[in-house]
Design a protein around this ligand. Structure first.
Ligand SMILES: [Zn+2]
Length: 79
């Protein structure tokens, strides 16, 4: 049975969260998370941090007033 250690799981944490792992690697990580509460807690925490950052980035890159101005400019251009 091919099992990953906590160290190996942590090394692939970023790739796991970015969904960069191949199917086989992903399966091994998920198997480890099923049996290892410590890693599961860490992975869950990291994912929540990452989701929070991504949500903030979306808010920063696309503020509503900017989108409105772009929409107005496009309408002017089309008129
Ligand atoms: Zn572990």
């Amino acid at each position: 049975m091919n099992r990953v250690t906590c160290e190996e799981a942590f090394r692939q944490l970023d790739d796991y969260l970015d969904r960069q792992l191949r199917a086989g690697e992903l399966r091994l990580i998920e198997e480890h998370l099923e049996i290892c509460a410590a890693c599961l807690r860490e992975f869950t925490f990291e994912r929540s941090v990452l989701d929070g950052v991504r949500k903030k980035l979306r808010e920063v890159t696309a503020p509503p007033d900017l989108m409105a101005r772009i929409g107005a400019a496009l309408r002017e251009g089309a008129g």
